[in-house]
Design a protein around this ligand. Structure first.
Ligand SMILES: C[S@@+](CC[C@H](N)C(=O)[O-])C[C@H]1O[C@@H](n2cnc3c(N)ncnc32)[C@H](O)[C@@H]1O
Length: 248
């Protein structure tokens, strides 16, 4: 008999964007393995043992295969094991590797969705990622490539969608600009960078051709790069230090 591993989305950062299901499971968890971007207020919902396994930008992280093994070992000892990931666990969160390993070990897994940071950024900007007559497709992409991974067509996917949201991209602004221009995007295509969406957010805007200098204004928090015509009005206003339609 073994327990269940719950892959739980912690949302984009604001503790009150956690789902009720996630909060309940944290309350029941015997042990929680959590990523670097999960805020303390959310972790404090658990009285169980807490183990950090995440990383930020090149800092040491627990190797994925070691995390997989620890999750399996924990499920053999405990009933409720929570694997807490930033945003939604199924987007750029290596959930598949954990699910596949646990399935092989015959351990039950359940996934609890969370608010992905792209949607928090859209809310923060007050800009819908889709818009009648302007945007009927949205692509979530990342230029980031893991060790040993084959190159992807991320720039083609981003350029083909009406609106694109790029995860883990703000640090590679020069290369991102070059790739998107090569895929045929107009240099004047509006872009917005949202740093720390749902928290103390900062918004930087401008045309694609100026992406490196826009990205240089980031202050080191997690950031998303949004591209597309839906951002035109916003990009013409210029940077917005903190704009939110959320009712605090
Ligand atoms: C490993 S990915 C995980 C994404 C996560 N699973 C999600 O659904 O948001 C980490 C990247 O997500 C983005 N990100 C996460 N939280 C963010 C936030 N609060 N504001 C802006 N970007 C964020 C950044 O691009 C960051 O580098």
């Amino acid at each position: 008999m073994s327990g269940t591993v719950y892959l739980v989305g912690a949302g984009p950062g604001a503790p009150d964007l956690l789902t009720l299901r996630a909060a309940r499971l944290l309350g029941e968890a015997d042990i929680v393995f959590y990523d670097a971007l999960v805020p303390e207020e959310i972790l404090n919902l658990s009285k169980g043992e807490k183990i950090a396994v995440g990383k930020r930008c090149g800092k040491h992280a627990t190797a994925q295969r070691f995390i997989n093994k620890r999750l399996a070992d924990a499920a053999r000892r405990y009933e409720v094991v929570v694997r807490l990931k930033g945003g939604d666990p199924m987007l750029f969160g290596r959930a598949h590797e954990e699910i596949a390993f646990l399935a092989k070990e015959k351990i039950k897994v359940e996934v609890v969705p969370g608010v992905t940071s792209a949607l928090a950024a859209s809310a923060e900007l007050g800009v819908s990622l889709t818009r009648r007559g302007v945007s009927r497709s949205v692509a979530f992409v990342t230029p980031r490539r893991g060790e040993g991974e084959a190159p992807s067509q991320w720039a083609r996917a981003a350029a083909s969608a009406d609106t694109a949201v790029l995860y883990m991209a703000a640090g590679d602004a020069e290369a991102v600009r070059k790739s998107l221009l090569e895929e045929g995007l107009h240099p004047g295509t509006p872009v917005a960078i949202v740093e720390n969406a749902s928290l103390n957010s900062k918004v930087f805007t401008g045309p694609l051709k100026e992406l490196p200098s826009i990205a240089a204004r980031c202050t080191g928090g997690p950031a998303l790069l949004l591209i597309g015509e839906v951002l035109r009005e916003l990009a013409e206003i210029g940077d917005v230090p903190h704009f939110s339609i959320r009712v605090a």
